[in-house]
Design a protein around this ligand. Structure first.
Ligand code: NDP
Length: 314
């Protein structure tokens, strides 16, 4: 090993990864972040964030992620715009991390890879992405003010986002494939009591229909009557969950949803491997909780590395 190796590699440059990088670098570790796209992760699609502490006016996700990245770099973290191909733990308790910028050997790795939003994979969905099919109400809802919007899904996201859309239009329909919401009772109750939202259980979407530039209608299936019908809509918002990106660490323990299981210090079951943000099994996915995960993991990783190298942690 000729070149000086980093102490820690952080995979993913969203709120969790960048916060981990900042805390690790500030603690004196050589921290390298790998991000395939632009730093920010899901933060980038947030138009206005009004619940991040310290801001008395809404801040855009883009602006906040830029600040996260600059702050991490200010303390010495290195951000690579590249991909990680594999992570392998060797017999010396170190990880070999193969990346588009070379191969590194490090004592600790933080998985901050997030989760990919699921798609319905139905005809018309891809054709009208950006033209009425959306996976983010805060980003795209304002384009459909006072229009007729369809929401798909039955979890917290679908219910939360329907409530957001109901402030923009009195004509929201939410369809869910089961006969009750999976969402928390409190959120589902708000949807049920919202006069702007019509709920249709036992419904799925067959296809999304449009004129080439915009959505004109949606074909729906009512499984309680086994009937297909078409109805006019201007936009379709899809919130059917997400798939955590854990492919790089197939031996790490996951929950039934496939999210990496950690303890309160963000340790996975593999020594030296930590997980933060949306990729981990967490009850509340927010920018602030992701950032908090990053700080906790960096602190725990610094302690782990010192112990591995036989130094007392102060
Ligand atoms: P969930 O996995 O919780 O829910 C996904 C929903 O989509 C389920 O109702 C599921 O149906 C439905 N679904 C899945 N696949 C399909 C499909 N192919 N066709 C039709 N429907 C489908 O995802 P969420 O994004 O809602 O939530 C993810 C996590 O984030 C959860 O832990 C949630 O608690 C958390 N969260 C918390 C919030 C809060 O506390 N305010 C806000 C938003 C998210 P079925 O029920 O039949 O499985």
């Amino acid at each position: 090993m000729s070149e000086k190796q980093p102490d820690i590699i952080i995979i993913g440059g969203g709120a969790a990864g960048l916060s981990a990088a900042q805390y690790a670098a500030r603690a004196g570790l050589s921290a390298h972040v790998f991000e395939e796209l632009a730093p920010g992760g899901l933060l980038l699609v947030i138009d206005k964030l009004e619940n991040y502490p310290g801001y008395d006016a809404p801040v855009s996700g883009f602006e906040l992620s830029d600040k996260f990245a600059k702050q991490a770099e200010h303390f010495g973290a290195v951000i690579h715009y590249g991909s990680v191909e594999s992570v392998q733990r060797n017999d010396e308790d170190l990880f070999t991390v193969v990346t588009s910028d070379g191969t590194f050997t490090v004592p600790a790795v933080i998985m901050a890879t997030g989760a990919k939003r699921r798609e319905l994979n139905i005809p018309g969905e891809k054709d009208y992405q950006g033209k009425g099919v959306s996976y983010c109400a805060t980003c795209d809802g304002p384009f459909f003010k006072a229009k007729r919007m369809l929401v798909v899904g039955g979890g917290d996201s679908a219910c939360d986002e329907s409530l957001f859309l109901s402030k923009l239009s009195g004509d929201i329909v939410i369809v869910h494939r089961k006969d009750r919401f999976r969402a928390q009772r409190s959120i589902a109750g708000m949807v049920e009591n919202d006069s702007h939202i019509e709920i249709r259980f036992m419904h799925t979407v067959n296809r999304i229909i449009g004129d080439g530039n915009k959505i004109t209608s949606v074909s729906l299936h009512d499984s309680s009557t086994n009937r297909d019908y078409e109805e006019p809509f201007d936009a379709v918002f899809i919130f059917i969950g997400s798939d955590p990106r854990t492919q790089l660490v197939p031996d790490a323990e996951v929950d039934e949803g496939g999210y990496l299981i950690t303890d309160e210090w963000m340790h996975t079951n593999i020594p030296g491997l930590f997980a933060v943000g949306d990729v981990r099994d967490t009850p509340f996915r927010q920018v602030i909780t992701a950032a908090s995960d990053g700080a906790v993991a960096a602190h725990a990783a610094a302690k782990y590395i010192d112990e591995l190298r036989g130094q007392a942690y102060v």
